[in-house]
Design a protein around this ligand. Structure first.
Ligand code: ATP
Ligand code: MG
Length: 425
């Protein structure tokens, strides 16, 4: 080896590791977000961590921050341009089209996913280069019930976690009938403002996005800007009204946000975002909407669709901000403490039996002394310790200690599994 001694490696900038015990919380959040969608007929889909870069530049949009600034791209040895996936929708739709799921005659195709996403961002609290989303998509049907269904599923997911301080922002972006005239009116207004060159260029490519500009200097000039709500055609108005009625009937509160945009031509009608008030500037915990034009944009047939993606990292931060403690099951219910070689073997067998009987069990390894082993038992969060020494084994028993009450008593070897199971309920 010619290299100089390498100092310890660090996780790359903008990333972090999930480690016990916190990692259990992340798993629980992913499961809680997915559970309502699974109950609503959404099937699990998993796609590769990378795709042809073109899928995203077309499917997410050439003019978006994600594509212009945030993609991790790479060229394979064979010269293919790939990108680490920055979001899920384009991949899921690509997979559905590739497998012809839309031709089964059973529309909408409902899918949910969970995984890692990558964006080259300026790292800060709640904004990372590697993060985690759970998403759901309903592909191939235009029905306000579906838009409402998805929003309700997301709300139910947040509620099931015990979150309270989140808000739902809602808007309609119109469709091919009313959006072009609105876009032109918006461009007319924006061209008259005092804006930097980048923003002026944006007016021509992606004018809706200017509404979303976070800078005070821009927002100040937007007083009196034409709003899509005043330009919706009858079809879009009626559709949006239905979505809002359905949400109200389901007890879901929302705020109309006429400046909430996605800004790409294939995003149509319903658009929404969930924000949490305890997160500072990275307040979006999830977002979604209808994307009736996306399929055609990536070479498929017309497939009106709607979906959302919820950020797992920010949901965890939101739980912390609200001080919500999830009631997570202990990783270990029983912890065995052997005293001596014979006890090691006997308790190893007992632990194996417990695990096979569905009881989470662990034991002290490496010949730890009694004191250290009991410390590990307590740290494991186990409800019971099983302690055995030579004298116990000679009598055919082990000591079962309730780590909550401190109570302890002998249990016959052959009855441990049954006794523990009985006392754990
Ligand atoms: P933001 O406006 O905060 O950049 P976004 O509009 O880029 O969010 P989406 O593309 O809608 O976000 O992704 C859905 C969710 O994924 C977001 O609401 C957020 O919770 C999460 N998310 C997006 N980017 C990041 C990131 N860099 N780090 C952590 N979570 C993220
Ligand atoms: Mg972003």
């Amino acid at each position: 080896m010619t290299t100089a001694a390498v100092s310890t490696f660090q996780a790359p900038k903008g990333t972090y590791d999930l480690l016990p015990p916190d990692s259990a919380l992340y798993l629980a959040v992913r499961e809680a977000i997915a559970a309502p969608a699974r109950r609503a007929g959404y099937g699990y889909v998993e796609t590769p961590g990378f795709e042809n870069v073109e899928l995203f530049s077309r499917g997410v949009g050439e003019s978006t921050d994600i594509v212009t600034k945030e993609m991790f791209t790479l060229t394979t040895k064979g010269g293919t341009q790939l990108a680490l996936r920055p979001e899920g929708t384009a991949s899921v739709l690509r997979a559905a089209l590739q497998a012809n799921l839309h031709k089964t005659g059973n529309l909408p195709v409902k899918l949910w996913y969970s995984g890692s996403y990558y964006r080259y961002e300026r790292p800060q609290a709640g904004r990372y280069r590697h993060f985690s989303q759970v998403g759901a998509e309903a592909i191939g049907a235009e029905d306000p019930l579906l838009d409402a269904e998805l929003i309700i599923l997301a709300v139910d997911a947040y509620r099931s976690l015990g979150l309270r301080d989140f808000r739902l922002l809602l808007n309609s972006l119109g469709d091919g009938e009313c959006r072009p005239a609105y876009r032109a009116a918006l461009q007319d207004f924006l061209r008259g403002l005092d804006l930097d060159e980048d923003t002026r260029r944006r007016i021509e490519i992606n004018p809706l996005r200017v509404l979303d500009d976070k800078r005070e200097s821009v927002q100040r000039q937007l007083t009196g800007v034409p709003l899509i709500a005043d330009h919706l055609c009858e079809g879009c108005k009626a559709y949006h009204e239905q979505v809002r009625e359905l949400l109200t009937e389901a007890g879901v509160a929302f705020e109309n946000d006429p400046k909430l945009v996605r800004g790409l031509d294939y995003y149509t009608r319903t658009t929404f975002e969930f924000v949490h008030d305890g997160l500072g500037s990275q307040s979006a915990v999830g977002g979604g909407g209808r994307y009736d034009g996306l399929s055609e944009m990536i070479g498929g047939p017309s497939l009106p669709s709607v979906g959302w993606a919820l950020g797992v990292d920010r949901t965890v931060l939101a739980l912390r901000a609200e001080g919500v403690e999830l009631d997570l099951p202990a990783a270990t219910s029983v912890y065995a403490v052997p005293l001596g070689e014979e006890a090691r073997r006997t308790l190893f067998t007992v632990v194996t039996e417990l695990r096979r009987a569905g009881v989470a069990a662990d034991m002290a390894f490496g010949g730890k002394g009694m004191k250290n082993a009991m410390k590990s038992a307590n740290r494991s969060g186990a409800r019971f310790a099983l302690v055995a020494g030579e004298r116990d084994l000679a009598e055919g028993v082990v000591q079962l200690k309730d780590l909550e009450s401190g109570e302890q008593g002998p249990v016959v070897l052959g009855e441990i599994v049954a006794t523990v199971k009985e006392r754990l309920v």
